[in-house]
Ligand binder design. Structure first.
Ligand SMILES: [Zn+2]
Length: 455
């Protein structure tokens, strides 16, 4: 915990114009400073900073507040996190109070795990400069259209083919076996329990936390499958105290500000989808790579925007994943749209074949509401069969039943009613029945859970 006096010292020391000035170019006009607002897109400045009052305010989007408030909004940090940020900026020491010995040990342990991950990330980056790294790793990234600037920015790297390149280097640099094992960077192998690298002979994609620290890695082999040999195209870090898979999204650190600014998030499947779209200039893109979409990941997106567009391949696996995603986002009360990439392309290959303007135009035009998406899928084989048509409408109505907000539900019922010329009251009846059925199921499940706990 930060002691009260230290909080006051941080608040007294932080100058709003200096704090904002780290992120925005401010120009003096009269006693105030002006800039184009970092929170909403604009061409003429309506964002101004009033040093004498220690405040900032935007006449366009009406965001305003103090230096701490700015950091909370801009960096999406909690109050305490923002205070810590400012303390670092102004070299104010925080002497934590009332931390138990266990708290301290945990904090130090987590920091050690983060430090060894950072070391590994730098190691893999450096390996791109070796002969092997250049010939295989760098060659691969270039062949996928990634520029050196992108490779550098996203920290892409090469894990050498030797099975203990990283462990040897890390140990020589003073990192403990314990942390190399806990982060899953290394594992011990029989018969002598020696330390071996988890990632070798692969290109490496570091995964960043919400605050920009490296917490894990995804690594892809460039070898093709050989008969009789075990084969995994991707290997990912195992879970640890710093890496919880279902609460991480690839690209979130680089995407979060733009997600908030555009009030929209594109969800794609793979590392390369994120990288190619970011490189093209569309940076509000993240991937759930490595896992099927989870509620924890949806929670992360929700911190920045309520609007998500699922952008998957148009193949059957992509469609299946999109359908599952739609239901999950709707249940969380979010607004969800879908874009299917045509003709065997994925977001990565599509972004590489087209200009920014073309991709933006495509996205704007191809974005489908979930009702349209579901009906276009189901319509293909149901057009002439009245029974199947009824099943499809019921299926869409059941999806609408997942939406928590009554007004939104009602808007979708109107939409569905118009689209298929079905009377509203019939749809309402179906949705009402589905909702009460689900409520009863949920209540039963909760009761069972309570009983289980009591026993
Ligand atoms: Zn604004």
């Amino acid at each position: 915990m930060i002691p009260k006096e230290t909080v006051q010292k941080i608040l007294d020391t932080a100058r709003v114009e200096e704090v904002v000035g780290d992120f925005v170019t401010l120009r003096k006009r009269g006693a105030d400073l002006w800039a184009c607002c970092p929170f909403h897109g604009e061409k003429t400045p309506s964002f101004h900073v009033i040093p004498s009052k220690g405040q900032y305010y935007c006449f366009g989007c009406h965001k305003g507040g103090s230096a701490v408030g700015f950091i909370m909004d801009y960096e999406h940090l909690s109050y305490v996190e923002a205070l810590r940020y400012l303390a670092r900026k102004y070299n104010i020491e925080i002497v934590e109070k009332e931390e138990t010995a266990e708290d301290i040990a945990n904090r130090q342990r987590n920091e050690s795990l983060l430090l060894v991950s950072e070391y590994a990330s730098n190691f893999f980056k450096e390996q791109l400069k070796t002969e092997e790294g250049r010939a295989v790793g760098l060659e691969y990234f270039h062949s996928r259209g990634l520029t050196d600037a992108t490779i550098e920015k996203y920290g892409l790297g090469w894990a050498p083919s030797s099975r203990h390149a990283l462990s040897d280097a890390a140990k020589a640099a003073g990192y403990k076996d314990e942390y190399l094992l806990e982060t899953g960077l290394c594992a011990t192998y029989e018969p002598d329990n020696s330390l071996h690298d988890r990632f070798y002979d692969r290109v490496v994609f570091p995964i960043h936390s919400m605050s920009g620290r490296v917490i894990a890695f995804g690594a892809r082999t460039l070898k093709s499958k050989e008969a009789g040999k075990p084969y995994a195209k991707y290997v990912n870090s195992k879970e640890s105290d710093i890496y919880v898979k279902n609460k991480s999204l690839y690209g979130i650190w680089f995407a979060k500000n733009e997600m908030a600014r555009k009030d929209k998030c594109y969800l794609v499947e793979g590392y390369l989808d994120v990288l190619s779209m970011h490189q093209l200039g569309i940076t509000n893109v993240v991937a759930s790579s490595g896992t099927a979409l989870t509620e924890g990941q949806i929670g992360l997106i929700k911190r920045f925007t309520q609007n998500v567009t699922i952008m998957y391949d148009g193949d059957s696996a992509g469609i299946h994943a999109a359908l599952r995603g739609i239901d999950m986002f709707l249940r969380e009360g979010m607004n969800v749209k879908v874009v299917l990439i045509p003709d065997g392309d994925d977001p990565d290959s599509y972004s590489r074949k087209h200009s920014l303007a073309e991709v933006e135009e495509f996205l704007a035009g191809a974005e489908m509401d979930f009702v349209d998406f579901k009906s276009s899928l189901l319509m293909k084989d149901t057009a002439k069969d009245p029974l199947k048509r009824a099943e499809m409408i019921n299926d869409i109505a059941d999806t609408i039943a997942d939406i928590p907000d009554a007004v939104k539900r009602s808007v979708y019922v109107d939409f569905l009613s118009d689209k298929f010329e079905i009377r509203r009251d019939i749809l309402d009846e179906r949705i009402g029945a589905t909702r009460s059925k689900r409520l009863i199921e949920e209540k039963k499940a909760a009761d069972r859970e309570r009983e289980r706990r009591q026993n």
